[in-house]
Ligand binder design. Sequence first.
Ligand SMILES: *Cc1c(COP(=O)(O)O)cnc(C)c1O
Length: 837
Amino acid sequence: MNDELLNATAESAELDMMMLIIKSFLEHLEYTLGKDKYSATRHDLFNALAYAVRDRMVERWLDTQQAYYNDDPKRVYYLSMEFLMGRTLENSLVNLGLLDNFREAMNSLGYDLDDIMNQEQDAGLGNGGLGRLAACFLDSMATMGIPAYGYGIRYEYGIFRQNIVDGAQVEIPDNWLRYRNPWEMDRQEHLHVIKFNGRVVERKDGEANSIFDWIDTDDVMAMAYDTPIPGYGTNTVNTMRLWTAKSTREFDLTFFNEGNYIRAVEKKMMTENISKVLYPADHVPEGKELRFKQEYFLASATLHDVIYRFRKMHDDLRLLPDKVAIQLNDTHPALAIPEMMRLLLDHFRLDWQTAWDITTRTFAYTNHTILPEALEKWPIWFFEQILPRHLQLIYEINDRFLAEVRSRFPGDIGKLERMSLIEEHWERKVRMANLAIVGSHSVNGVAALHTEILKESVFRDFYEMYPERFNNKTNGITQRRWLKGANPGQAALIGKAIGEGWVTDLYQLQQLRPLIDDPAFVAEWREVKRQNKQRLAEYIRKHNCIEVNIDSMFDCQVKRIHEYKRQLLNILHVITLYNRIKENPAVDQVPRTIIFSGKAAPAYYLAKLIVRLINAVGETVNGDPAVGDRLKVVFLANYGVSLAEKIFPAADLSEQISTAGTEASGTGNMKFALNGALTIGTLDGANIEIMEEVGRENIFIFGMNAGEVEELRRKGYVPRDYYNRNAELKKGLNMIAEGTFSPTNRELFRPIVDTLLNQGDYYMLLADYASYIACQEEVSALYLNQDEWARRAILNCAGIGKFSSDRTIADYAREIWGVERMEIHPVLEYRQSAAAE
Ligand SMILES: *Cc1c(COP(=O)(O)O)cnc(C)c1O
């Protein structure tokens, strides 16, 4: 064929696709939703479009699942109590390569695709980094062709909506399913009985072996909802399966027959409560019975499913570890370990050694935190009441394990006490991390420093006993969502310069390095950033009624509000800048817009007070005519994936200022650098590895390192010494304490200053303050040279390749799971012949 003909063919294929999209969209509007262009709301338009996009995925989804069935490769099961997915429409179009086609099709009907995409509710089934990591992993696994499933809970209410009322956080329930969820498909046939409560009775079989029956249980059904997860530029479409709780039929009958109708309905509602709501606390476990039941509900339903799928192809359960890898996202799903033992022993009647070998070779555990208060421990009495058989099994696991410890380390009583799965204080508890380590063949941290801390301190005893189990898998993020989708301007500029290879191989961004010497490229880079800042400025005007200067530095700290993340240190910097202006109204300061966003756990008193302080300081600063546009403080309400997608592309400066040794990895740091922001940060989590990749001269590092933090704590840290020695610090803290920012309630913020000065300042803000302020002065100085700033931003983007979740997943696949990539070929013949029959 000649070129002309080829072009004509390509054009006609585009045209065919456009007609197909329009037809599919209009049919869904009419036949699925029962609307026409006169009666359709914008939400109807979104739903019709979502169904049209879903249709494009379904064939590949079926082909993928059929190929997995036929080839029977080893599969990965990623178990997570959280999947922070955000919106799905744009990401699906990006991954299917159909974004432009759909945009044109909607244009031709007189609709704006962006406007329709804005109608979508975020799927907020997570709190923060841990849940977003699970979502990035699903994208990478599908893109890389790894046979994988995400398993979680279909919460009816996701993470709460955050409103700011008079400066304070107010939580609104997130009823995200109210306007239907077009991406999921209910699987009424995939049902499992999940047992709770009851008692265990022992009997003997013919050969006098003990059999344990768990009886008189209260049963709840787990029903599956599946969501397709399309890979980028491939036929692979994996599955995220989320469980919802349903009452059992027997349940309905017995209770209704008792004649108390309302009580029966109440009981029914109680059982269905299990999947009602996501617990909104990040890095602090809630010791609530309902949460405990949720964790078991996920573990049990998923294991039933995994074993059922395995047994369709195999009789011999000893082959399970060759076909199944189960990754536990933190200890939240770790009840899957005793549940696996229960099924293998009580249901399939394997002996202990065989069952234990299968279990430990199947499970792997990812640790996400070293904050001691964040390690999950469940009271023994929860187990006695709710999971009595699992408690017996955990005791047995513990007895055998401690016998091993005793023989390896004779006479070391302290070790036995520390390593026991049971904490023997006044309230006896099961230590879930110890259970997860003992029951897995792999334990990983999520950044190099974090893994070293696990090995050297938190899990030192376990590392001495099982050194081969410990490994690092530095976190990553998907560039499909966080650059190609969120920042189309920068993505297009990069594409023009180095092609599209980076979309599936982020290391290719290295090719941007020489472009820092190309003034035209640098100028275009700056122009893209400017446009992104313009868009965020409009968002701020609309939502906060604040006019910001788009030439000011957009200085961003967006993440959950937590003491260890030190939003307070940032606000102390703001107060310092404010005081400098007040003391010298003519001072020549680099203008900054300091942007905060993040939710506080509803029960975390101090975090909520920090939200109020940020807003109060904003009121004072933004309303002071002496300040002008040199300083603005903005708190953007309701941080979530969709808001994050607006903030990262517009950021100049990324604040990653946790106390060294507290942030396991962080992933926000990676999204900022990818989007061309410079980082000011401590030597904590993945910041260290980002520094190694982008170059020490292209990142602003301040403060103590993890070793120095530990040493200062050991020597005895006296925050008041720092307060007394630093006049600016003293002044800032006094203003907070004395009510400068809360004139109508002068005592309001005193508890904040109290934790710093009188309660030990556990996260050592005062010790790092001077270093932070000095470092911020270097940041401001560099910002005066906009071209140099842009060149360093380009080098940050160019050096961020390692932090693609594709690299992270490749490492898990090779070093933990032992799974291979698998290419999916479309099964067109089969489908056509089936249609012909
Ligand atoms: C990336 C991300 C996080 C994690 O941010 P950190 O700065 O690593 O704590 C939390 N929430 C959302 C919505 C995110 O996109």
